[in-house]
Design a protein around this ligand. Structure first.
Ligand SMILES: Cc1cc2nc3c(=O)[nH]c(=O)nc-3n(C[C@H](O)[C@H](O)[C@H](O)COP(=O)(O)OP(=O)(O)OC[C@H]3O[C@@H](n4cnc5c(N)ncnc54)[C@H](O)[C@@H]3O)c2cc1C
Length: 340
């Protein structure tokens, strides 16, 4: 890219919604902290929005050494033209060597625009990031060719090296209020904030249930369910627990449930508080999508199943006996609560 010759530091893109910093910002800082420590450089977070100035200290408590904030009433909602103009100005002024964003709607929209504007590369939707010890280059790992291979990509000739990372691929670092850092508030001329976009309204999608990746509880079923009709057990349990339904690739391939429910390497990455793996063997490709879950409960009839190596609570037995019992008990419990 055109700009300074010296590129230094790791940057993460913070996100906000309605003036509140989104949790993906903290997940990204966890990735960024590791990269910055390996390179022995500063970690900075950039955040654009309105009404953020008082809140950005949280980014420092979660790992940033520095925060660049651009705060203006016209930035309250994400507008790709204005946000990318601002990011381009910031990158050209401060020349980070690495700039990562979350593979959210915002990250997936803005990072390609930015990469094109500044003339560098971008690896989208990474599941792993690391630093190559010999060169200090960013190693950007992501599934490729329909998930059949894991490709590790480097950007040796252009800077900054840019990547988006799957949300929920990392847990945020715990909050440390003793951390100190610098907050830099950047201001730009008014014409910078002019947009071609006009936001008319926001309409909540009432049809969708808790999105898989945001659910605190995920109940996932695998080939052990033995058929589409039996998959209702998974739906029922998920509903009683107020959770979302997940599935292994085998269950999806058999047509028992649709692809958006697939958890794993070539599906979604989840990290709920509670993950049920029911009739799932625990293949590495499945574990890649759920092993960061806080508590994993596995139900499997094979005591040697790999899932028992990663679970916190393992139940060896027939799911067709255990799951209906669980459903019954949960119903009784709920009824009992209703009746006082
Ligand atoms: C490139 C690539 C990408 C992939 N991506 C993904 C991915 O994103 N997600 C994913 O899940 N997989 C993925 N896979 C597939 C993965 O390798 C496994 O094949 C898949 O996860 C197995 O699904 P499963 O555990 O449901 O089935 P199985 O491995 O067949 O396991 C079924 C389990 O059910 C148990 N069982 C059977 N009957 C009962 C019963 N009555 N009660 C209790 N337990 C019972 C069995 O003991 C067994 O452990 C990928 C593979 C490749 C090559």
């Amino acid at each position: 890219m055109i700009g300074k010759e010296v590129f230094k530091g790791v940057w993460t893109l913070g996100e906000q919604r309605d003036g509140e910093i989104s949790s993906v910002s903290y997940e990204l800082l966890s990735w960024g902290r590791e990269l910055a420590d390996k390179l022995n450089v500063e970690l900075s977070s950039v955040i654009i929005g309105y009404g953020l100035k008082e809140k950005v200290k949280e980014l420092i408590y979660r790992g940033a050494d520095k925060v660049y904030v651009v705060d203006h009433p016209s930035l309250v909602h994400f507008k790709p033209d204005v946000y990318s103009r601002i990011l381009e100005a910031l990158v050209k002024e401060f020349s980070p060597e690495i700039f990562i964003a979350s593979a959210t709607t915002m990250g997936r929209t803005i990072m390609p625009i930015l990469a094109t504007r500044i003339g560098t590369g971008l690896t989208a939707d990474c599941t792993g990031l690391d630093i190559e010890p010999e060169t200090g280059l960013l190693l950007q790992t992501r599934p490729a060719i329909g998930g059949n291979v894991m490709a590790t990509i480097k950007t040796p000739k252009h800077k900054p090296q840019m990547a988006t990372v799957r949300p929920r691929s990392r847990k945020p670092l715990s909050k440390d209020t003793s951390r100190k850092g610098e907050v830099i508030v950047k201001e730009y001329p008014e014409e910078f904030y002019l947009s071609k976009f006009k936001i008319l309204d926001f309409v909540k999608d009432e049809t969708s249930q808790t999105p898989l990746q945001e659910a605190d509880i995920v109940v996932a079923g695998g080939k052990g369910l033995k058929g589409e009709r039996n998959f209702r057990l998974i739906h029922e349990l998920a509903q009683l627990l107020g959770g979302a339904v997940g599935a292994s690739r085998s269950a999806v391939d058999m047509g028992w449930i649709s692809y958006p429910h697939q958890v794993g390497l070539s599906g979604k990455t989840v990290a709920p508080k509670l993950y049920f793996a029911i009739g799932i063997s625990g293949a590495v490709q499945h574990l890649a999508g759920m092993s960061s879950s806080e508590t994993i409960v596995a139900i499997n009839s094979d005591p040697e199943a790999n899932i028992f190596k990663v679970c916190d609570l393992g139940i060896v037995g027939d799911l067709f006996e255990i799951v209906p019992l669980l459903i019954e008990r949960l119903r009784e419990y709920k009824e009992g609560k209703k009746n006082g």
